[in-house]
Ligand binder design. Structure first.
Ligand code: MLT
Length: 208
C-alpha cells in the first residue's frame, strides 16, 4: 500500500460467493467498529475496514464538516476520491471483487458520495442513517447497483426529507434502491441488522 493509504483491517473471506464488504464507521469510530456487524450480516465475506483520515477533536471521520449535517463539500469530493483509490489498491493487494459498502452515519455519507462520484468502485451499498452528501452531485450511472437505505423515523441528525431526497437521487441514477424507515433514532436497532442480513443474502443469491 502507498503512503496515501488508510489504516485498516482486512479479514479474508471464509466462503466463496459472499460479497466482500467495505465497512465504513461513524464519527469517532475506527477500523474495528463494524467488523462484528459485517460478520453478522454476511458471515463468509471478506471484510475491508478503513479508518477515516479526518480528525474532528480527535475523532476519526471520512470528511470534514462545518457543523452537524453541514458538509465541506470540496473535502467530501477529495476524500471520496482518496477512499476510492484505496479500495482499488486494496482489491489488487487482497485479490477481492468490488465490495458492497456498509456505512453507518458519517461512513454511510462517504459511501453515498463514493456511489455518486466513483460508482465503479462499489458493487452496491448498505447505507445506515445516511444523508445527501453533495448539494450538486454529478450525473452518476448506477444502473443495476443494489442500495439498501435504512433511516430512523426519529433520527435527530437526518431529517426524513433528507433521506427521502437521497433515495430519490440514487433511484434517479438508476440504482436499485430499497428504502426503509425504521422506528429508531440515529443509533442502529436489531431491525437494521435483520434487514441488512436478508438484503445482502438476496444480493448474493442473485449474483450466484
Ligand atoms: C456527518 O457528519 O457525516 C453526519 O452529520 C453524521 C455524523 O457523523 O454525525
Amino acid at each position: 500500500m502507498t503512503e496515501n493509504s488508510f489504516i485498516h483491517r482486512f479479514e479474508p473471506a471464509t466462503s466463496a460467493g459472499s460479497a466482500p464488504l467495505l465497512l465504513l464507521h461513524g464519527t469517532g469510530g475506527d477500523e474495528n467498529d463494524l467488523l462484528g456487524l459485517g460478520r453478522m450480516i454476511s458471515p463468509g465475506s471478506a471484510l475491508l475496514s478503513p479508518r477515516g483520515r479526518v480528525l474532528e477533536h480527535g475523532m476519526p471521520r471520512f470528511f470534514r464538516r462545518l457543523a452537524e449535517g453541514v458538509f465541506d463539500e470540496n473535502d467530501v469530493r477529495r476524500r471520496a476520491q482518496e477512499l476510492g483509490d484505496f479500495v482499488i489498491e486494496a482489491r489488487k493487494q487482497y485479490g477481492i471483487a468490488a465490495p458492497v459498502a456498509v456505512g453507518f452515519s458519517n461512513g454511510a455519507n462517504i459511501a453515498a458520495a463514493l456511489l455518486l462520484l466513483k460508482p465503479e468502485v462499489l458493487a452496491g451499498a448498505i447505507l445506515l442513517r445516511a444523508m445527501v452528501p453533495l448539494s450538486d452531485p454529478p450525473a452518476a450511472d448506477l444502473a443495476g447497483k443494489p442500495v439498501l437505505l435504512l433511516s430512523g423515523q426519529s433520527d435527530p441528525i437526518v431529517p426524513a426529507s433528507n433521506s427521502a431526497k437521497l433515495a430519490a437521487l440514487l433511484s434517479h441514477a438508476a440504482a436499485s434502491v430499497t428504502h426503509r424507515v425504521l422506528p429508531a433514532g440515529h443509533q442502529l436497532s436489531q431491525a437494521d441488522l435483520t434487514l441488512a442480513r436478508d438484503w445482502i443474502g438476496n444480493v448474493e443469491a442473485k449474483a450466484a
